[in-house]
Design a binder for this molecule. Sequence first.
Ligand SMILES: C[S@@+](CC[C@H](N)C(=O)[O-])C[C@H]1O[C@@H](n2cnc3c(N)ncnc32)[C@H](O)[C@@H]1O
Length: 308
Amino acid sequence: MEVSYHTRVKHKLLGDYLSIWETAIKGKIPLLQFVDLFAGDGICKLESSLSITWDGSAILGARIVGGVPGWKCILNSWDPNDRTICDRLKHTLGETKPNIQILSEDANLLVGKILSSAFINPNYPSIFFLDPTAHSQLPWSTIEKIGNHRGKINRNDTRLSRRPELIVTLMTVGMQRNPQDLPGISRALGVTEEWLETWIEFWKELPENQGEPINKSFLDLFTLKLERLYGHKPLTMSVHNRMKSIVYWIVFASSHKRGVEIYGRLIPCVEKYHEVEWWKEVGELKILEMKEKMRQKGQQFLDERFSR
Ligand SMILES: C[S@@+](CC[C@H](N)C(=O)[O-])C[C@H]1O[C@@H](n2cnc3c(N)ncnc32)[C@H](O)[C@@H]1O
């Protein structure tokens, strides 16, 4: 997939989060389940004249979670206009392991099947990564189904208090740019159009929201609904582009205190990367892109001549 450089931030967060799980519980818990419902083809290629690539969510999941025998990894991606997406993912993964399953179905239909078929054991931890390209691809009803797949925290527990961990990219930039798409936005947020209009009016009046972009109202509504479902306030992190405008929010929900703690400690580290290292990398990329342009025009560079 062709992507912008801010996508690196999402993959840093996901890769670090899965690695923490792997380090902390490998050998202690027999089953961890990673479900990537909007997996893409696994490889991120920077939108640039440079040939820079890195691992996408599917490869991170397959390498980290799928690398532990007994743990389970479900990678799904579907695009009616691109039937080769899963073939490309399979090709990138190479030899597939029995604990890694690759599927190609509409995520919003597939979710009911994988939850009802006991494919995902609710009594063991699972991480659902929901990363659509646009808000219209992920209705709230899908999130609700996942959040309601409850199991026991441990064998002696009588309550069904475990819910899957959720990492969702809330595509607020698309919502902001398509204000006429009230039906799509309200479906993504799980409210009626009338309700959404009332919410926006109410939200705009609150003093703490003065000067905030309207898409922050969508995030607030989304997190409010997730809090009701999970019983904990979700954690959020914004991802901005080179123009410093927010492209999307990564929202995390967990019913498990430990999950919230781990993720809560990780967010400031990734935010620091986004604020410092990421900008340095962006600067280096700009120089490389400039050099590449000049090279294409026949320019030679002194350092490269001497290194040959
Ligand atoms: C943002 S990209 C995924 C990026 C990937 N998660 C990563 O981080 O490397 C979203 C992908 O989901 C696919 N997709 C869109 N709608 C879908 C649906 N309803 N069900 C499954 N996949 C869908 C798109 O074709 C696209 O490949």
